[in-house]
Design a protein around this ligand. Sequence first.
Ligand code: AMP
Ligand code: MG
Length: 356
Amino acid sequence: MATTRQELTPKQRQRLADFIAPFLVKPGSKVNLAKDFDPGFKAGLKNKKAGVALLEEGVRLLSEYQARLAAQDTWGVLVVLQALDAAGKDGTIRHVMSGVNPQGVQVHSFKVPSAEELGHDFLWRYARRLPARGDIGIFNRSHYEEVLVVRVHPENLDRQRLPNASRRGDIWGRRYREINDWERYLSDNGFRIVKLFLNLSREEQRVRFLRRLDLPDHNWKFSTADARERERWDDYQRAFSEMLSHTSTDWAPWNVIPADRKWFARIAVGAVLVTTLLEIDPRFPAVTKQQRAALTEVKQALEAQAPKGAAPDPFEQTRREANEAAKEMPRGDGKPQPPPVTDDANAGERPVERGE
Ligand code: AMP
Ligand code: MG
């Protein structure tokens, strides 16, 4: 069986799977963040330079697969990014998504909830920002703040004006379950959820805060609230560990991304996203025989309208030349494939590929 020209070889797929395996939080496992995950891990890569080609390859694959995802318009992808301050969420989004068509990606940053948002159930504002089919939605902070900052600072919970009955007992256990149920519902409906926790060490955060204070162009990124949050480091580590232990599920597992090296975090995030898209394996929709016939009819009508002296179809020659060139070059020009022609409409999801 032929593969599409851009598909990774089984060996490349295995390498990708091996690369991301250490990031996965096994569903049902009990996580102690400080013990179980090293923020300085770099998978044997020497330095930033050694990772450049990997990042570029990731960006290229994401761009191609995003185009297919949009064309197929069946699956959606929700990327959930959580981290401590200065872990590099913004830069990661900027670098990893740099090759992707902006029309197919939406980023939402969740801040302190507004009065309107506080007037609703806790998942309401996140549900309103979910991606549509064919899109990649990125949550820069997410519904997980509801079991992180809200847990570490209970005054946030007071502002949510819950009835007493809803606050009694194990409210965090209930929230984990509700989040898991919500994510299961979304994944049952064709939305894949990619959860990424950027794991930063206390020392690297100290250094990054100092950089923000020392460099005038970076001052805006620092708020005194960040320093106050740092004082609650242990409480946050506990809240993260609990979150990872209770909300890494078969349908939406967590990935803990080592974040002390920005360049490594970007490669790692790219690799997890590419893996998800490979699993979805979106295809350009196939054109059926009937559709092809209709297109041919329109084409003939347009050709008949050519004014005197003009070529009936100026693209015909270019296309012929491109086809000739493609025949001579069987693999690897790196461009998305045009839709193949198939014999029946039912072949839609897994079309016969060119060159088969
Ligand atoms: P930043 O991402 O640096 O712009 O900061 C956004 C701020 O909003 C952070 O301090 C978050 O802790 C806070 N925030 C986000 N979501 C919530 C929430 N659900 N409840 C309370 N604070 C939140
Ligand atoms: Mg901030």
